[in-house]
Design a protein around this ligand. Structure first.
Ligand code: ZN
Length: 571
């Protein structure tokens, strides 16, 4: 010690008393919430399993054994005894249509209809109770469940719906059926040409049958009255409550409208946003977000923007996914590029603009040539602007060309996939595209083997929002028709741990939020879900029967199966 210091050491001591005390000497704040006696699968490789977790405000502060976490208990700590049940990070659905999903909860239900008579009856019943001026919409019919299956026609429903416009959608969202009144309101006649990227289905005389494919549905969309603000608020509230009840704590809303975002913002202000939302409007409006200068994932923990949704092609079921080779059962048809891809250079321009603005690009691509074309465009952007952490996404990435798995990895493209589609499409895919192409369909294992990041989602309202169905689908690949109990292309099955990771960390990474959520780790947002069964140990076939007991978002209980009415607000 220098001489002067020895002399004046008392001064240093006095100063030391005035300085803030070191952290270990402070009394630790008590946790607001402790979940104890749980079987925790953290999705954090540094501590994969634990018994208890402590939450302070909206963050996780401790994860470990019951006794270690108990040190965080104070007089006002709320304690949940998990009774040995499985606790996971909250599910993050990387691809939803949240408002359509909420609307669907309210619409006519046609998905489980197995014959044309019941199809017509339900639409007729709905028309009777529909107020004048409103439409019968939604439905999600699936004609492949009918014997014999055939695309429905307006004649099936016209007599039951003389004064109510009807436009009911096929479950994949790429086709719909209009009644005669709806066609009249939309001005669709035998003389109306097919728009680019769409088809007006016609009878032998050239008259519209009522069925409209892809861009042809725009004719109808133009005349359907938009949701009022009040209705949109109600629809979102329904979607939020439903998401909480199935353990979905974050969603990535593809094709969000600005009206949707306004409703989210309003509900956020009111403390009613119980699901975290990343909203991706259509890329055709790229200028709007680009001129704000915000970049990807801009916002706060409950609401972010800065992503854009693009479309490369259509769907497998509607025969509009864009393939190198024709469908096996549709003559020379090999699908369609979407109307926003005409010409492709226009899409490249939008990508360049989006990327220059730091916005994230999520592109729907299903057919092998559709996917390949988008990878080409992504490569063009990287070449033009240089390497960066962009997290380009391909939504669905459904039917891969063998050559493209490697490219997917090299370009660091995220495969944002929906496992439920695999057990649904698996019923008919081989009939459409044959065995070889089907072997690279929903090829989750091959993606992982190539080092491609997976993000799981549902495409709700196209498929059910319930995550346990997606986990079940990824782990079993057992098609919905029960024809593949050991799995359709079983070599592509995932383990439960891989499927859970894709549905939590994978989706968090896909929205640039892997440091904030996706695992049960100290410092992260306290989004967790308690399940009725241990999906790691039960028979895989039983995973789909698992129920959500509690859903916690930001440390708040937003769903409690034991007292469903009491959970809700985040304030
Ligand atoms: Zn979608």
């Amino acid at each position: 010690m220098p001489n002067f210091a020895r002399h004046f050491s008392w001064i240093f001591t006095a100063f030391a008393l005035l300085l803030p005390r070191p952290a270990q000497a402070q009394s630790k704040p008590a946790a607001d919430l402790i979940i104890t006696n749980a079987k925790i699968w953290t999705v954090d490789p540094s501590q994969p399993q634990a018994q208890a977790v402590a939450v302070l405000q909206d963050r996780i502060v401790a994860v470990g054994s019951n006794s270690a976490v108990d040190a965080w208990r104070g007089p006002n700590t709320k304690v949940i005894d998990a009774g040995g049940k499985l606790l996971l990070p909250g599910f993050n659905d990387a691809h939803v249509h949240f408002v359509s999903g909420g609307e669907q909860l309210d619409n006519v239900q046609l998905k489980d209809v197995t014959n044309p008579e019941e199809f017509a009856r339900r639409i007729g019943e709905r028309a009777k109770i529909t107020p004048k001026g409103e439409w019968v919409l939604g439905g999600n019919w699936d004609e492949t469940k009918w014997t014999p299956d055939h695309i429905p026609t307006k004649e099936m429903i016209d007599a039951l719906t003389p004064d109510t416009p009807v436009f009911v959608s096929r479950y994949d969202g790429h086709m719909g059926l209009a009644n005669s009144l709806a066609l009249r309101l939309a001005g669709i006649t035998a003389q109306t040409p097919d728009p680019p990227g769409g088809t007006i289905v016609r009878d032998a005389q050239g008259n519209p049958t009522g069925a409209l494919k892809d861009a042809a549905t725009d004719y109808i969309d133009k005349v359907v009255p938009p949701l009022s603000h009040e209705r949109r608020v109600k629809v979102v509230q329904r979607a939020l409550a439903y998401a909480a009840s199935v353990g979905v704590t974050s969603v990535q809303h593809m094709v969000a409208s600005y009206d949707d975002i306004a409703v989210y913002s309003e509900l956020l202000d009111r403390g009613e946003l119980t699901t975290r939302i990343y909203a991706a409007p259509l890329i055709t409006h790229v200028e709007d977000q680009a001129k704000l200068g915000i970049g990807h994932a801009f916002g706060g923990p409950y609401l972010r923007i800065g992503a854009l949704k693009a479309f490369a092609d259509g769907s497998l079921g509607s025969g509009t996914a864009y393939f190198y080779e024709p469908f096996l059962n549709q003559g020379t048809n090999r699908g369609l590029l979407s109307d926003e891809m005409h010409p492709i250079s226009l899409m490249r321009d939008r990508y360049m603009k989006a990327d220059a603005a730091g916005l994230q690009i999520c592109t729907h691509a299903i057919g092998d040539e559709g996917i390949s074309t988008i990878l080409d465009l992504y490569a063009d952007v990287i070449k033009a602007h240089g390497e960066a952490d962009r997290r380009f996404r391909i939504e669905h990435a459904q039917h891969m060309a063998a050559k493209d798995f490697e490219r997917f990895a090299q370009l660091h493209v995220i495969a944002s996939v929906q496992p439920y589609h695999a057990i649904d499409d698996g019923r008919f895919a081989e009939g459409h595209i044959g065995h070889d192409r089907s072997s690279r369909t929903y090829a989750f294992r091959t993606f992982l083997d190539h080092g491609v990041r997976l993000a799981f989602g549902t495409d709700w309202e196209v498929a059910p929002l319930d995550p346990v169905l997606g986990l079940y689908a990824a782990v079993t690949r057992a098609t919905l028709d029960n024809k593949n109990p050991n799995g359709w292309f079983p070599e592509q099955k995932l383990t439960v741990a891989e499927a859970v990771e894709a549905y939590t960390m994978g989706s968090a990474y896909a929205e640039f939020q892997e440091k904030e959520k996706g695992s049960i780790t100290p410092g992260k947002l306290a989004d967790m879900v308690l399940l009725s069964d241990d999906i790691f140990t039960i028979a895989p076939a039983k995973i789909r029967d698992t129920k959500v007991l509690k859903t916690i978002v930001g440390g708040k209980l937003v769903w409690d199966a034991a007292a469903p009415a009491q959970a809700g607000s985040t304030k």
